[in-house]
Ligand binder design. Structure first.
Ligand code: IMP
Length: 455
């Protein structure tokens, strides 16, 4: 049995908490895309783990797999594994030989290109982890895969081809000088073949698809953990303000080596934050006020009521990036985004987080549809430019009080304040998808489970 977890919005929907909740009954947690751009915090036995690459289930004793669709920075991988080991755990992490390697020159190029783009207002606001340049090399067939790290001749040959090219791109195309350490073939060979040896010695390397298929045949429960979210999917998101992989459910097939029917036979759970947040640039029709440097055209002088609401949500919801620490942009729930996400991934269920964050507001708004060129639209237009022209049509809901959420979590769904249930029922009806879980706090015990996909 499989459960695929997909962010329904712009990332940071609280996927980690839901993976944790449903993953309790899982044997394996697999990441199928992305790399160390996926910051998540896991609290276990009063210890906080800040992870960005290693699947969160690993701190609870699950086998973690980084599938072929991932881009893996071995430095981050071993740092995170060492940090987990230092706290007395024995992480079991496997890495697909087909996954691609992030090198220091990828990180360097990520930042250099962002700087170049910022001169013409085209900055994406990436996490600077080298994600895009690594996928770029993968698609251009000049990438280096995890399996290549264990073949010294292959590794050296690939580095000797690619590194001088990258150096020329930095110096001749972008006109900046290189950080020598990131572009030194000998040093890179030394360090990265060392990672290859370590991956081999620690028996972490797998043929991803074969490994997972065998475990599924034995009856294992597997969670496919999507990182980021639908609107930053390279195909279904708002290009070019996207990450370079497919967080949507199709990515779980191509990024693991299992067929789409394996994914489709299981549950596909869309994770929804009860409002909206965004890291980086790009349109956000239901945004409240803005964040200087990220919100297009925003200079810090917004509507006072909106500023106050945004501040309230940001503080209550802890809306600061796990990886970068930057304040996130926040706004009202946007239904066109959710309709688009539900279709693109085929959600069989929803998990709605942060219901507690909105408590105490007199009223809430939801962007029910958009107006574009005088017409009503219920889904997101394909281009960023057209999306930026959309005006939200709001529906207003009565707010709910701040209550003892631990008690609500213990008592169950019916203990939720009535107005919160009205809000959730609207969401579920509009998306024609049942709600599997509701998050009323960050801990696993602070979730109300209506349907557990593994039970
Ligand atoms: P990249 O993935 O670092 O290339 O960044 C591309 C875009 O995706 C930027 O707008 C990032 O802010 C956004 N992004 C990447 N990872 C995450 C995430 O885990 N949560 C939210 N946004 C993300």
């Amino acid at each position: 049995m499989t459960v695929t977890i997909v962010g329904a919005q712009l990332g940071d929907e609280g996927k980690g908490g839901i993976v944790d909740l449903f993953g309790e009954s899982a044997d394996i947690v697999v990441r199928y895309q992305g790399g160390d751009n996926a910051g998540h915090t896991v609290v276990h036995d009063d210890t906080e783990y800040k992870l960005s690459l290693v699947p969160s289930g690993v701190v609870r004793g699950k086998t973690g797999v980084l599938g072929n669709g991932c881009v893996v920075n071995p430095r981050t991988l071993f740092d995170e594994l060492d940090a987990v080991r230092d706290r007395g755990l024995e992480p079991d992490v496997r890495v697909a030989r087909r996954a691609h390697v992030i090198f220091p020159y990828h990180r360097a190029l990520d930042n250099i290109e962002e700087d170049a783009k910022s001169e013409s207002n085209q900055k994406v606001g990436t996490t600077g982890r080298g994600i895009g340049p690594t996928y770029e090399d993968k698609a251009a067939r000049r990438g280096i895969r995890i399996g290549d790290l264990t073949e010294p001749d292959v590794l050296r040959e690939r580095l000797e081809y690619v590194v001088p090219q990258k150096r020329r791109v930095v110096e001749d195309v972008f006109g900046v000088s290189v950080d020598e350490a990131a572009f030194d073939v000998d040093a890179l060979f030394e360090e990265y073949s060392g990672y290859g040896e370590r991956l081999e010695t620690e028996e972490m390397l797998v043929e991803g698809g074969e490994f997972l298929a065998a475990r599924l045949d034995e009856g294992a429960n597997v969670v496919f953990e999507g990182a980021q979210g639908t609107m930053i999917d390279i195909d279904h998101g708002n290009y070019p303000y996207v990450t370079s992989s497919n967080p949507t459910a199709g990515g779980a097939a191509t990024g693991t080596g299992l067929g789409p029917a394996v994914v489709g036979d299981g549950h596909v759970v869309g994770i929804v934050k009860a409002y909206l947040s965004r890291v980086g640039s790009g349109p956000m029709p239901t945004e409240l006020a803005g964040v200087v440097g990220d919100t297009p055209g925003y200079d810090g002088d917004g509507d006072a009521v909106e500023e106050e609401l945004a501040e309230f949500i940001r503080e209550e919801g802890g809306e600061y990036g796990t990886v970068t620490g930057r304040p996130r942009r926040v706004g009202w729930l946007d239904m066109p985004i959710l309709r688009h996400a539900a279709r693109a991934s085929g959600f069989t269920g929803l998990a709605v987080n942060h219901i507690d964050t909105l408590a105490g507001l007199d009223e809430l708004k939801v962007g029910h549809s958009y107006t574009l060129d005088g017409e009503t639209r219920y889904s997101v237009p394909a281009t960023t430019e057209r999306w930026a022209q959309c005006e939200p049509n709001y529906r207003t809901f009565d707010g709910w009080p701040d209550v003892d959420w631990d008690e609500v979590a213990r008592e169950g769904y019916d203990a939720l304040p009535e107005n919160a249930r009205t809000y959730l029922a609207y969401l579920s009806d509009e998306l024609d998808t049942p709600i599997y879980a509701v998050g009323v706090g960050p801990a696993r015990e602070q979730s109300l489970v209506l349907e557990h996909p593994f039970e």
